[in-house]
Design a protein around this ligand. Structure first.
Ligand SMILES: [Zn+2]
Length: 261
């Protein structure tokens, strides 16, 4: 690979639910299926290409180059809508993606959102049948703990049970190593990051926005939050500028900051 074509910074996109958007609160964490297809077309048209989780972590560790404009696609929580609406689209393109599962709630619902969603609604999560089918098609499944707690609020024993337990549950189900974690609510501190390492994970994903670079702390991988309200152009700006703010103003500020004084 030509040195000039190597990625120096890679954005990780974080989606949650794909499906019908019920209210303004849900629009933050849910992308409608048609909007998701628009996002995929925008990613393709602008020359971005999703890489596999393994290629990403190797690149982060400085072990292997990635092509310029590589991105990583992730879906938190393991909603059934990912199987129904995102999987067919991404499978047809041969694009790799990663789903972070709440191992104690497979086939159940996202009960942890019931208090924050003004409508009090919950949504179905992937069950073993869908997970197995997607795994056979190459989808990567990793841990989002057992019950989706704020890990920073747990005592050491409960923290270990969430981290080790989820890894064990999923490895038994998948028959494959599970060595990446997404912190629920993106909540972490040094104790949580150290516990993740001690539990046997090799990398963990935060919700801190920004780009990743070789040498980025593998237990504080940055991600860009993709909202249901993001137009394709806004998504493209997020990937280009490494920010959660996809407004035009972000682009203007970026270029102004680079202008000679
Ligand atoms: Zn989550």
């Amino acid at each position: 690979m030509d040195a000039i074509d190597e990625a120096r910074r890679v954005p990780v996109l974080m989606y949650h639910r794909i499906g019908a958007v019920g209210n303004a609160w849900e629009q933050k964490y849910c992308v409608a299926p048609e909007r998701f297809r628009e996002h995929v077309r925008a990613i393709a048209r602008r020359g971005f290409r999703p890489c596999s989780l393994g290629a990403f972590t190797a690149w982060l560790g400085g072990d292997a180059p990635l092509p310029e404009k590589s991105i990583l696609l992730t879906f938190d929580d393991g909603f059934l809508g990912v199987y129904e609406h995102a999987f067919p689209v991404l499978r047809d393109l041969g694009w790799p993606f990663t789903v972070f599962l709440v191992s104690g709630l497979l086939g159940q619902t996202d009960a942890w959102t019931v208090e924050s969603n003004p409508a009090g609604r919950t949504y179905p999560l992937l069950g073993e049948r869908e997970i197995t089918e997607m795994q056979r098609a190459g989808v990567s499944f990793q841990s989002h703990t057992r019950t989706h707690p704020d890990l920073t609020g747990l005592d050491d024993a409960a923290l270990e049970a969430e981290l080790v337990g989820s890894k064990r549950d999923l490895e038994a189900l998948l028959g494959a190593p599970v060595d990446c974690l997404a912190y629920p609510f993106g909540r972490l501190d040094d104790r949580v990051a150290n516990a993740a390492r001690a539990a046997g994970y090799c990398a963990a994903f935060s919700v801190q926005p920004g780009f990743n670079r070789p040498g980025t702390d593998p237990f504080r991988i940055r991600r860009l939050d993709v909202f249901g309200s993001d137009s394709p152009a806004a998504l493209a700006r997020k990937m280009t500028f490494g920010t959660n703010n996809g407004s035009m103003l972000t682009a203007v500020r970026y270029y102004v900051s680079r202008m000679p004084a």
